[in-house]
Design a protein. Structure first.
Length: 130
């Protein structure tokens, strides 16, 4: 978890921004104080920013069955599918390379842009042995 505090003085008012990063959420509190900081006459505004997630299912392209324990890599953020092939990973808004890898299947890779929750159903094909 990472904390950041910024103080801005505007004439006789102070605005204090406290941001706290936690997995999946950014919590921001804004304190507005008239006169001195910590004095009377301040208001507190608080809100949470929830990160979007990429979620979906990885399945066998031929049978349609979910593939368990596939490693999902989203530009260095790692998760894996559950026993039925489902996964979910939270990421800040942005553009990422999403990769899905597991033994016996050809790897999958694509570029995704995340601005809100994004569903990705990923078909994997069995690797051909040479």
């Amino acid at each position: 978890m990472q904390n950041r505090i910024s103080v801005i003085k505007i004439t006789d008012m102070y605005m204090i921004f406290c941001a706290e990063d936690a997995p999946g959420m950014i919590s921001v509190r804004i304190y507005i104080a008239k006169g001195r900081v910590g004095g009377r006459g301040y208001s507190i505004y608080s809100f949470n920013l929830i990160m979007p997630r990429i979620y979906g299912r990885v399945y066998d392209a031929d049978s349609g069955r979910g593939i368990p324990y596939v490693v999902i890599n989203v530009s260095g953020r790692i998760t894996s599918t559950d026993g039925s092939g489902y996964f979910s990973i939270e990421v800040p808004q942005g553009t990422y390379t999403l990769e899905a890898r597991t033994p016996m299947y050809s790897p999958f890779s694509t570029v995704v842009t995340v601005v809100a929750d994004l569903r990705m159903d990923i078909p994997l094909r069995r690797a051909t042995l040479r």
